[in-house]
Design a protein around this ligand. Structure first.
Ligand SMILES: Cc1cc2nc3c(=O)[nH]c(=O)nc-3n(C[C@H](O)[C@H](O)[C@H](O)COP(=O)(O)O)c2cc1C
Length: 194
C-alpha cells in the first residue's frame, strides 16, 4: 500500500488513509454501495445550491455499460479494467435559475467528488480518479446532452495486490506518496508570506 512520506500535522483518518490504487481485487461493488457514494456527493455544498454535478456509473456486473465507460479511457489508464465499477462526473454548465454560465460548476463537481472519495474510504473502498479519457467520446457514447460537460472519471473497488500489476505500474503503486510542503501552498495575509 502506498504510504505518505511525511505527516507532521495530524489530519482526519479518512483524509490520511485515502489513496489512488491501480490494483483492485475482484470483489464486487454493489449498486447500493455506488448509490451511497453518490448520496455523499449529493450533500456537497454548491454555489446557489445549484448542485451542478451529474454522474454516470456502471458496476462490472453490468458489463456492457462498464465496457462503454472503459472505452472512454486512454490507454495509460487501462489498469482501470481491474476496478469493480467505473463512473464519470459531469458538470451542468449554466445555472438553472438564470441560464448564465456557472463559473464554479467544475469546482462544485470537484467538491461533490471529494465527498465520494471520503465516503468510499469510510466504506473500505478506494476510488482512483482519472482525467485521462476522451471527453468527446464520452459525450457521445454515454449520451451526455448539450449544456453538460464531462469532468473526470473514477475507478472504484477494493485495493488489490500491487504484485498483480505490470512492472511500471507496480513501481508507481508502491512509491511513497508525495506532496508539496505546506509553506508553498498556504500563505499568511499576502502571497508568499509565511
Ligand atoms: C482530476 C484528477 C485526474 C487524474 N487523472 C489520473 C489519470 O488519468 N490516471 C491516473 O493514473 N491517475 C490520475 N489521477 C490520480 C492522481 O495521479 C493521484 O490522485 C495523485 O498522484 C495523488 O495520489 P493519491 O491519490 O494516491 O494521493 C487523477 C487525479 C485527479 C484528482
Amino acid at each position: 500500500m502506498a504510504t505518505s512520506t511525511e505527516n507532521k500535522i495530524a489530519v482526519h483518518q479518512l483524509i490520511e488513509s485515502r489513496w489512488s490504487p491501480r490494483a483492485f481485487t475482484n470483489e464486487s461493488v454493489s449498486e447500493e454501495q455506488m448509490e451511497t457514494l453518490f448520496e455523499a456527493a449529493r450533500w456537497a455544498p454548491s454555489a446557489m445550491n445549484e448542485q451542478p454535478w451529474r454522474f454516470i456509473y456502471a458496476t462490472k456486473e453490468n458489463r456492457e455499460a462498464f465496457d462503454k465507460l472503459f472505452s472512454c479511457l486512454v490507454e495509460g489508464n487501462s489498469w482501470a479494467k481491474n476496478a469493480s465499477a467505473l463512473f464519470i462526473t459531469v458538470a451542468k454548465k449554466n445555472y438553472d435559475f438564470n441560464g448564465k454560465l456557472n463559473s464554479v460548476a467544475l469546482h462544485d463537481v470537484g467538491l461533490a467528488t471529494g465527498n465520494i472519495l471520503l465516503q468510499a474510504t469510510d466504506m473500505g473502498l478506494h476510488v482512483h480518479l482519472m482525467g485521462g479519457y476522451d471527453a468527446a467520446r464520452a459525450q457521445v457514447v454515454l449520451g451526455i446532452p448539450e449544456g453538460f460537460e464531462p469532468v473526470a472519471m473514477g475507478a472504484v473497488g477494493y485495493a488489490g495486490d500491487p504484485e498483480s500489476l505490470p512492472e511500471g505500474l507496480k513501481t508507481r503503486e508502491l512509491a511513497p506518496r508525495q506532496r508539496k510542503p505546506l509553506s508553498e501552498l498556504a500563505f499568511k495575509g499576502e502571497w508568499n508570506q509565511q
